[in-house]
Design a protein around this ligand. Structure first.
Ligand SMILES: [Zn+2]
Length: 276
């Protein structure tokens, strides 16, 4: 075989591999980067694309829950500005991950709340221009006229200080990434993921708030059963991790749950639990 033919074969192989990679990644990228609106009511919209964001219009302010990243963040910001008119904008970050905070820089001069992380940790994780301005160590209630909103720092679960946001009149709970709706969850040891503590939070939530609608960190909003489904997911993955003969049966039960290529799948969750 001449060198030329070897190079042509090699080029063809690289092209096929590149195409296969694109086909493998495309469904996730399409899902992750498409902004779609779910209208909960005329004053509350959930926008997908990166993490879910909430856009709440109240008598006294517009509240943005999680600010997305890149062009999706700009779309959200434009909409928030348009809805706000002369009202102030209040920003809340459920946790520090980039897909939830990287649009913060657009909200110049607005208060930006996040859970009570250690300051040095936050400084390492979020660049200065996106850094929140207020830490919520325990909870904080905002009286907004026709809605009362409370942020609760629930401590360690998905990260070291996960915050949920409860809208009292609507009975809507924004869980951030403590809940992924039929998507395998992203787990990061360095960022504080602790599955036992995460499960304890999921067990506690239904007893603490009356909930009609759950807005997860990723995936469609839905009913409170989403919380118990997430809890059951971890329980099942723990069974699979400790009893390898049951792993394939457990994985099959979650085959409809979306993977995040290179980041999240049933296998990765099981490995994460085993490596603990
Ligand atoms: Zn996250």
């Amino acid at each position: 075989m001449t060198l030329k033919r070897i190079l042509i074969s090699l080029g063809g192989l690289i092209l096929i591999l590149a195409l296969a990679f694109i086909l493998y990644m495309y469904p996730f990228y399409h899902f992750f980067f498409t902004v779609e609106n779910t209208v909960i009511d005329k004053d509350l919209t959930v926008l997908s694309g990166a993490g879910n964001s909430g856009l709440l219009v109240t008598d006294s302010a517009v509240v943005v829950i999680d600010t997305k990243m890149s062009s999706m963040a700009e779309k959200l910001y434009m909409l928030a500005r348009e809805k706000a008119g002369n009202k102030k904008i209040i920003v809340i970050n459920t946790h520090f991950h980039g897909d939830h905070v990287n649009g913060n820089k657009l909200y110049k001069g607005c208060p930006i709340y996040i859970g009570g992380y250690d300051n040095a940790f936050l400084a390492k994780q979020i660049d200065a221009k996106n850094r929140p301005t207020m830490l919520v160590k325990d909870s904080l209630t905002l009286l907004l006229g026709n809605e009362t909103l409370t942020m609760y720092n629930l401590g360690q679960g998905h990260t070291f200080d996960d915050m949920v946001v409860y809208l009292q009149n609507r009975k809507v709970l924004f869980t951030g990434d403590l809940v992924f709706n039929h998507i395998n969850p992203a787990l990061f040891k360095d960022g504080g993921t602790n599955i036992e503590k995460w499960e304890a939070i999921l067990k506690m939530i239904p007893n603490r708030w009356e909930i009609k609608t759950v807005v997860p960190g990723h995936g469609l909003p839905g009913g409170p059963n989403m919380i118990t489904e997430q809890e059951k997911y971890f329980e099942d993955m723990q069974t699979a991790a400790s009893q390898p003969d049951k792993a394939s049966e457990v994985k099959a039960r979650y085959k409809e749950w979306r993977d995040m290529p290179t980041m999240a799948s049933t296998s990765r969750t099981i490995d994460f639990i085993r490596e603990k």
